[in-house]
Design a protein around this ligand. Structure first.
Ligand code: HEC
Ligand code: HEC
Ligand code: HEC
Ligand code: HEC
Ligand code: HEC
Ligand code: HEC
Length: 353
């Protein structure tokens, strides 16, 4: 064995050793989030609450505690500027909740849709966020919007599941029981390269059922006529997905390179670096159309459902333009599975300034 190979093997062993960080797939050291006396070096740990707060937390609410570390680092799920969000890692950034207008449809500038609709609102006054002003409960279910926060979905005391998410039988925030398991998935790193077609969350299964813990059988109910979720794509749609390479190239794609991070599907074979398209048994999921946290489009859309051409996104509202995975002729990404743009005129949707 040459010296170089010995060195390479040595490096691999080092890389495989577990990285000790904060949560370590379980409960982190308690004082990362709790303070027993609200006092350190004779100073208040939470200066806004001289008498302490209900769970002896280091900040006002559970979400403010999490954002203390996660706003701009450790995955940066909040960011500081809604026009310059932190790197996309899958769930999207909560900063878009602070936008004054998300409406990029026709006449969107004069008919604003508030940032409230960008996704899941959080009870986090320390970061300028409050409960949703429109929705009182999770549509399709009963989970109250008033207490929605990071710890409605993530277990502050850790689990071995994907992204510390709560699963079946777990009591959330002391009052609400989840009935469906945490999704099976593998996430990308919280630092380094962000989401791309070859570096993305590997959605393997269970996301639709997991969202259903709060949203019931929303979009997946055999009696209501709603779009399926958690159902197989079937041969026809999976083939459309494989060949579709944009409005300007309906059938130029190939199975080996078809994966589009903007419109993911669930499949047990997905890996974070896989670029292959779906098979007939891969599933359409809530996450095919939505992100879990928030986006700069209404309803946490992975793309803006109100625009005709993706190049128009952000123009009427002045909100962040969601990156367009194809070219200036691109229409709605629903077409990745349905190719309803097959016989359309190629129009350059780039807005005239
Ligand atoms: C990552 C932050 C974090 C860490 C680390 C953490 N906690 Fe908590 N803990 C919270 C939050 C937030 C709540 C408030 C309840 C909620 O939002 O689910 C809480 C609530 C509690 C509660 C009251 C409610 C309940 O679930 O019983 C106890 C007791 C508790 N924590 C103990 C601990 C102990 C002991 C440790 C260390 C072994 C610890 N916590 C570590 C964030 C954390
Ligand atoms: C003291 C800083 C700190 C606090 C407070 C904190 N985190 Fe983290 N968190 C980290 C770090 C560092 C990582 C990356 C390494 C790791 O998983 O420990 C991380 C990772 C995560 C991950 C990704 C885990 C994975 O397996 O991919 C999630 C989800 C998360 N945190 C949620 C939360 C939530 C929810 C809270 C509030 C209850 C919280 N964090 C509070 C520092 C913190
Ligand atoms: C812990 C409960 C809970 C879970 C789990 C949950 N949601 Fe929600 N969701 C809510 C609540 C409560 C609201 C209404 C309040 C709000 O919008 O902030 C909501 C609102 C929404 C909205 C509308 C946002 C708006 O303002 O227009 C979308 C879209 C959504 N959820 C999608 C999802 C998806 C997709 C998942 C799974 C990845 C999911 N939800 C998981 C509780 C939940
Ligand atoms: C409605 C449920 C929900 C809420 C509320 C929520 N998360 Fe998440 N979070 C998720 C899901 C689901 C994922 C995995 C998304 C994916 O990979 O598509 C995730 C992913 C993450 C990640 C990994 C990085 C990324 O961008 O994907 C971090 C870190 C994280 N959440 C922290 C937080 C913090 C901190 C809060 C509160 C400020 C929070 N989450 C609120 C459901 C939620
Ligand atoms: C095929 C794409 C697609 C899938 C899959 C999908 N959604 Fe939606 N969702 C949308 C669109 C588009 C809207 C905007 C309103 C409408 O068209 O009904 C929306 C709206 C919503 C809303 C807001 C409703 C309101 O009253 O404001 C929620 C909540 C929601 N979706 C949750 C989910 C959940 C949970 C799942 C999975 C069980 C899911 N969606 C699957 C496309 C989708
Ligand atoms: C990841 C793939 C995927 C995406 C993205 C997707 N769909 Fe679908 N859609 C499906 C599947 C699978 C079915 C069920 C087809 C069946 O049962 O034959 C379906 C069914 C439908 C139907 C009912 C058709 C029928 O035959 O009854 C409509 C309408 C529809 N989708 C519209 C949309 C719209 C609008 C969007 C974008 C907001 C969208 N879809 C995005 C996969 C997708």
């Amino acid at each position: 064995m040459s010296k170089l190979i010995v060195l390479a093997v040595g490096l691999l062993v080092v890389a495989a050793a577990p990285v000790r960080a904060f949560h370590d797939e379980g409960v982190a050291h308690c004082n990362g989030c709790h303070t027993m006396h609200n006092s350190e070096d004779g100073q208040l740990v939470d200066p806004d609450a001289p008498h302490g707060n209900p769970w002896l937390l280091v900040d006002e609410t559970p979400s403010d505690v999490c954002l203390g570390c996660h706003a701009t680092r450790s995955g940066a799920v909040f960011s500081v500027d809604p026009l310059n969000p932190a790197t996309e890692r899958g769930a999207g950034n909560f900063i878009f909740l602070t936008d004054d207008n998300l409406n990029d449809g026709h006449s969107g500038a004069s008919n604003p849709i508030s940032g409230d609709a960008a996704g899941h609102n959080l009870n986090a006054p320390g970061h300028g966020l409050a409960a949703d002003g429109t929705l009182n409960n999770a549509p399709g279910g009963t989970f109250p919007a008033s207490v929605l926060g990071c710890t409605s979905c993530h277990d502050p005391h850790g689990t071995q599941d994907f992204r510390l998410l709560y699963g079946a039988g777990r009591t959330v925030q002391d009052f609400y029981t989840f009935t469906n398991a945490a999704p099976t998935a593998v996430g990308i790193g919280l630092s380094g390269a962000g989401e791309s077609n070859s570096n993305h969350t590997a959605y393997q299964g269970g996301m639709s059922a997991w969202c259903g813990n709060c949203h019931g059988n929303f979009h997946n109910n055999n009696t209501d006529l709603v779009h399926p979720s958690g159902q197989a794509l079937g041969g026809t749609i999976s083939q459309i997905y494989d060949l579709y390479n944009g409005t300007s190239d309906i059938s130029g794609g190939a199975h080996a390179t078809a994966y589009l991070a903007s419109v993911p599907f669930e499949d047990a074979g997905n890996a974070t670096n896989s670029t292959v398209g779906p098979t007939g048994t891969s599933q359409v999921s809530c996450i095919s159309c939505h992100r879990a946290h928030a986006t700069s489009a209404p309803n946490a859309g992975r793309w803006d459902f109100n625009v005709t051409g993706l190049a128009e996104d952000g123009h009427e509202s002045g909100s962040y333009t969601i990156p367009n995975p194809y070219d200036e002729f691109q229409r709605s990404l629903c077409n990745k599975c349905h190719k309803k743009d097959e016989f359309d005129a190629l129009i350059d949707f780039t807005p005239v300034p």
